[in-house]
Design a protein around this ligand. Sequence first.
Ligand code: GCW
Length: 711
Amino acid sequence: MKIANNFRRVCVFLCGLVCFTTASFADDGYDLWLKYTPITNTAKLHQYRQFLKYIVTGARTSTTNIAINELENALQAMLGVKIKSVGSVKKDGALVIGTPASSSIIKNLNYGTRLDSLGAEGYILAAEKINGKRTLALAANSDIGLLYGVFNLLRLIQTGADITNINITSKPKIQFRLLNHWDNLNGSVERGYAGKSLWNWNDLPGKLDPRYTDYARANASLGINGTVINNVNATPRILTAEYIEKVAALAKVFRPYGIKMFLSINFSSPLKPASGPNQRGGVGNLETSDPLDPQVRQWWKEKAHELYAAIPDFGGFLVKANSEGQPGPNDYGRTQVDGANMLAEALAPYNGIVMWRSFVYDAEVDPDRAKRAYLEFQPKDGLFMENVFVQSKNGPIDFQPREPVSPLFGAMPKTPLMLELQITQEYLGHSKHLVYLAPMWKEYLEFDTFANGKGSTLAGIVDGSVQHQHMTGIAGVTNIGNDRNWCGHLFAQANWYAFGRLAWDHSLPADQIADEWIPMTLSKDDQVIAAIKAMMLGSWEACINYMTPLGLHHIMQEGFHYGPQPDFANSREDWTSVYYHKADSIGIGYDRSSTGSAFTAQYLPPVRDLFDNIDTCPEKYLLWFHHTPWDHQMSSGRTLWHEMCFRYYAGVDYVYKMQRDWQSLEKRIDPEIFAHVQKKLQVQAQDAAIWRDTCINYFQKFSKRPVTEFK
Ligand code: GCW
C-alpha cells in the first residue's frame, strides 16, 4: 500500500502540474480505509500536531515495528510533519507506546487492574501528564494490543475526533474473530465476486506477493485475528507436505499482524487416493476415514504434529461434513460428534480448535429444511470436546437477504457456537449491488433468543455472556479477491470493514460504523458523508424489498443465486423455488407454524408464540412462517398482494434514488471512484427492476389480482 500511496502521490503531483488543478487524484480503491488523506480542518490539525510531536517506545519487536511504521507514515501523510521516535519524554507532545514489560514509562503509569482486565488484545489510550509534560499513552499487555491501539488512534484522527482528553479502554468482546475464505487451490473462489483468490499457490512458498502483507495489515486494522484461507468444500491436497509448506509461508507473513492461520479440511483426507465409500480420494494411505478407527485417529494426530512443526501457532480446522456432498462421519455410520471429537483430540495437545459446521440439511431428517440443522445438532449439546465450536450460519436456511435467527443459538448452552456471517453477497446482488450489510448483522446480533430470559441476544450467546462459554467466536465468509479494489464493488469494502468492527465490538451501531468508514474511504465533507450514509443505511432493506420482501426466500436463480427464478423446478424438492414460496390460488408463504411444519417450536417462548401466530408474527418474517392469504390485511392497510407490489416497487425506487444521490456528488468524489460506483448503480437499477417485474408477474399468476404500480 505504501507503494500505491507513493505512486498516487506522484500522480497527484503530475496531475497538478498538467491540469493546474487541486482536484483529487484517481483512486483505484486499493488503499481501502487506510488512505490517510491530509487533515484539512485547521483546528484539528493544530490539535493533532500538538499531541503527536514525537513517539517514545520501549523495546521493539516485529509487531511494534509494524505499529511504529504505520504511525510514522500515517501521521506524516495526515499531519504533514515527520514524527520521530525518541527514547524519553522531554517535552509536550509525546506519544508513549508500550507494555508494562517493554516500557518503564508505561509501567510507572500503574494502570494495574485496568490493564489486567484487558487481556492479551485490549489497550488503553489516554491523555496523561508524564514528567509534567502533555502526553498520550498507549498501553497494552501485548504488542498486538499496541498495534490495535495504533490503528484505533489513526482511525480517530482520520475521522476528526477530539483527542484532547482522550481516555479509551478497549478490548474485543469476542475471542476468535475470523475470516473464512472459500478459496480453491486452483485460484477460483466459491461465491467470490472480486476476481481470483489472493493466494498464488504456484508461487508459494518462495515468492511472497506484497499483497499478503497488505491483506494482513488491513485485517489487523480491524482487529481480525485469524483466517481460514481455503474453501470449506476442501480438497485433501491442502494437507500434503507440499501445501503445508506454502501455508506456513503465508502464516509467517500474517503472524506479526496477530492473524492466526486456520485450514478447512476434507474429512476423507486419510484415505489413499480414490478409495473408501464413493471412491473418495484422500492424501493418506488408509482404506477408511472412519473416525472411530484407531489408524484414522493416529493419522490425524500425526498430521497435527506435522502441521504444528511447520506452523507452531496454527489455529485449527474448519470442517464441513456430510453437507452438500462433502464426506463425513455419517459415511461410516458415525455421528458428527464422533468426527469433531476425533479432530479435537488430535489438535488438543497444541491448543488447536475445531470449528465443526452445522450447515447440514439432509432431507431424511425432516421435510422442512429450516428444521434440519437443529434436529441434528441440538441433541448433541454437551457431547463435544472442549476445543470444539459448532459453527452455525446466522439463519436456519442459507444467508438469505433476511432470515430469522437460527434457533440453534441459545439451544446448545453447553457448546460454544461460532456465528458464521457472510460478507460476500452471495444472495444479495454479488459485487454488483450496493448493499451495506451492517444493519442486517445488527438485526441478527440484537435478536433476543430468550435462552436465559429476556435480553439473551444472539450477540450475548456468541460473546459468551449469556451462557458463560469458555471460548467465543465469529466468522465472516469473506468478499476479498485479487481485484485491484479487493472486493469488486467499492462499497463492498464497507462490509469487510463493518464485519471486522462488529467482531471486535458488536454493540457499535451500523450508522456509527458508516460514519467511520466514509471519511476514511470517500470524503471528509460532512454533507457528502451524510448523503452517502443515508444511501448505505437504507440499502439492505431496499434489496430485501426488490428481491424477497416479507419473509420470502430462496427464489434466486439456481446455482448462480443472482437474479430471480421463482419458478425454478428440480428433482430435489428443497432446491426448487416453489418449495420455499408455496404460492397458490389461496396465498403465499411456507407454513412453519404449529399447523404446518412446526419449525416455530424450535424457538423458545415467547419467540415461539410470537412467530407461531400470524397476527403477532413480525411482517418482515410473515411468509417465512405463514402461508398467508392474498387478501390478508397488513399493518399498512394494504392487502398482502398489494403490500408485495408496494415493496417490490419501493425497493427499485430506492435504487433509483441512490443513483440520483450519487450523481449529485459527482464533483465531490474522486472521479475514478465516482465513475465506478455510478456504473455499478446502473446495473443494480436494471437488475432490481428485473427482480421486481419477474416476481410480480410470476406471483400474479397465482394471486390473479391486478398489479398496482406504486410510483
Ligand atoms: O450457500 C451455500 C453455497 C455454497 C456453499 C455452502 C456452504 C461453500 O451456495 O456455495 O459452499 O452454502 O456454506 O457450505
